[in-house]
Design a protein around this ligand. Sequence first.
Ligand SMILES: [Mn+2]
Length: 484
Amino acid sequence: MIRRLLLGCSAVGSALVERGHEGTDDVLAVTDDTGWASTLRDRGVATVEADPTDAGAYPDHAAVVVVADDDPTRNVAAASAARERYPTAMIVAHVGTAPTADQRQQLRSVADRIVDPVEAMTARVCHAVGVDDGEAPEDDERLPRLVGTIRRLDGPLLVVTHDNPDPDAIASALGLARIAETTGVSADVCYGGEISHQENRAMVNLLDLPLRTVEEVTLDDYGGIALVDHSRAGINDSLPEGTSVDIVIDHHPPRGPVTGTFVDVRPDAGATSTLIEEYLSRLGVEPDRAVATALLYGIRIDTREFTREMSIPDFEAAASLLPHVDEATLERVESPSMSQETLRVLATAIDRRDVRGSAVASCVGEIGDRDALAQAADRLLDMDGISVTFVYGYTDGVIYGSARARGTDRDVGEVLRGALGGPGSAGGHANMAGAQVPLGILEAVSDDEDLTPVVEEYVRGRFFAALADPPTPATAEAGEEPSG
Ligand SMILES: [Mn+2]
């Protein structure tokens, strides 16, 4: 059975065959150069004399394909044909003589590795004379390895941000989804927790970014999982701990072992968005306005306007994003105005507040916009003597609630899990949490009756009971802080 397929031939291809330590039993060469064909046969290599860019001449199976013509045009055609024929094979492509930047790029997008003698020689010479040639060798390998990992997935890719995602996490997730789509693999982005700052919600809404919540997706529907802006499944995200992960791209120093087929963790970078921008430009993909705007905002927030943990690549990424950015929208993101709905919810929350000790709970009735709950819970925390807030309401047959805590050892994530985790679902952190409960039987009151008092009665009792009687805290994830 053929394992290694050699397409085209050149001195490089011939050397690759000769150097193989595994003998030539499982090698098949395809070349239309009669001279090379007889040389290869003399060396005991099975050879088909045919056009190496014609998939009709290829065997049924190949695990490794070496593309090794001298002509870059033919190498691009052969590598593309081989990729189409063997979607999961490892493809190593020699660039050939004097390739254009475009041809290099095309090879990078279909091959797992590319062999570029000029680049390799330049690097060696630079190294020998002590000159920095600008790129560490691994920089060149990352893109083809990422693309190869995506391409070998058995289904669409799910890109997962950390919980309560910040702009960097959201932007890099969307950027990675774009990379997957360029590679021919569809992708979705999901997050757990809440998008909690007004600016972040403004970014998502104004740029109309397609995000799903973790509750809305079914892991089994996906062929692979990627983590961005964090590096371990189940730690600071809503995946089950130990979920197998295919891709990790992050800039936080990991606090434990990171596993994944493709792992790119660079603590030098100021933002994950910087790494994603680098992949996009190496792939030759122009980000659309929404993704470019989000990536730039992600870099600016994570580096506090380029004043903190800033690296040269962050500047470079920002510079190349700028021409694609929607500046008017970015301005609105940074100074969002409070919506009518948020004002109404905040006013109702203040009006209907039920204060017990340093905690306040408030039922705001039927809501049009779930985001308003989080903003109201944030604002109520400014009230004198208040350290825990909980604002809830209902829409479309579901009760939603948002809780905040500050300056207390009470963990509102635990409180909401204790209060509403049973009848519904609840999650979050010590200072910020959310819950949702299907209205179910509560909705059975007659149509013209206002549901608000019924919901209030049901939720308020459970909330204050859980607050008064804290459950034993979970210990498993102690010590992990939200990243971003
Ligand atoms: Mn980040």
